[in-house]
Ligand binder design. Sequence first.
Ligand code: HEC
Ligand code: HEC
Ligand code: HEC
Ligand code: HEC
Length: 128
Amino acid sequence: MNNSRAKNLWLLIIPALLFLAAAVCAQGYITKVEDSGFEKHTRPAVSFAHDAHNEAAGIESCNTCHHMYEDGKLQDQASIGMECSSCHLDGYSGRLELIRVYHLQCKSCHLDQKAGPVQCAQCHRKEE
Ligand code: HEC
Ligand code: HEC
Ligand code: HEC
Ligand code: HEC
């Protein structure tokens, strides 16, 4: 292989490696909620800087949001790795139910704590 060929190859490989590294580091750091249970979105995606949000809000337990129930009782375990829609997209009114529980979980805490957004456009933010 001649030199310029080898160089060209690296020009392809390096960005690919950087991309991979970025993807690995980004795990657990979503900045938007985009549940795949919604077939289509009618509002801008919801801003949610996962780790920064939870730190600022002083939330200690993952199962405050990623909860698990057994016989109607909240468990210590968390449902990490499951989307909310994997449990909350049942039946007929699936889509409405999924919206309801998201809004309930996010907004009820903001209302209780008198901190965090409660208006549509504060969560469903239009990108510049
Ligand atoms: C505290 C944050 C918050 C507020 C305030 C809020 N939402 Fe949402 N909303 C969410 C989250 C989180 C989801 C789930 C988003 C996803 O998975 O894409 C959602 C989903 C939705 C969806 C279904 C997804 C879509 O794009 O079609 C609709 C419709 C919606 N919201 C409308 C509203 C309306 C109307 C208001 C104001 C009355 C509002 N929301 C206020 C957080 C919020
Ligand atoms: C304030 C609520 C809240 C808390 C607290 C919370 N999460 Fe999440 N997390 C979410 C939401 C909402 C999503 C997106 C869910 C979806 O798409 O169905 C999510 C997604 C995730 C994902 C998948 C997306 C990704 O980035 O890989 C992981 C993993 C995750 N959370 C881990 C955790 C862990 C670990 C903790 C505790 C240290 C935690 N979460 C605490 C709300 C929360
Ligand atoms: C492993 C399944 C499972 C997952 C994943 C899950 N939930 Fe739930 N959730 C439940 C069950 C079961 C209940 C009903 C508990 C009861 O009242 O008996 C519930 C109750 C709720 C309620 C209270 C509903 C009401 O009518 O009072 C809200 C709000 C909620 N979930 C939001 C969420 C959100 C948001 C997520 C994702 C971050 C999520 N859940 C993930 C199983 C799950
Ligand atoms: C258990 C309580 C709790 C829950 C659940 C919760 N939040 Fe919050 N949130 C807070 C608090 C407290 C603040 C204010 C934190 C601060 O002082 O900056 C906040 C601030 C925010 C902000 C403004 C700061 C920023 O990052 O831009 C957004 C947006 C937000 N929350 C979105 C959400 C969404 C979306 C959900 C549901 C997936 C959610 N929150 C669930 C407690 C909560």
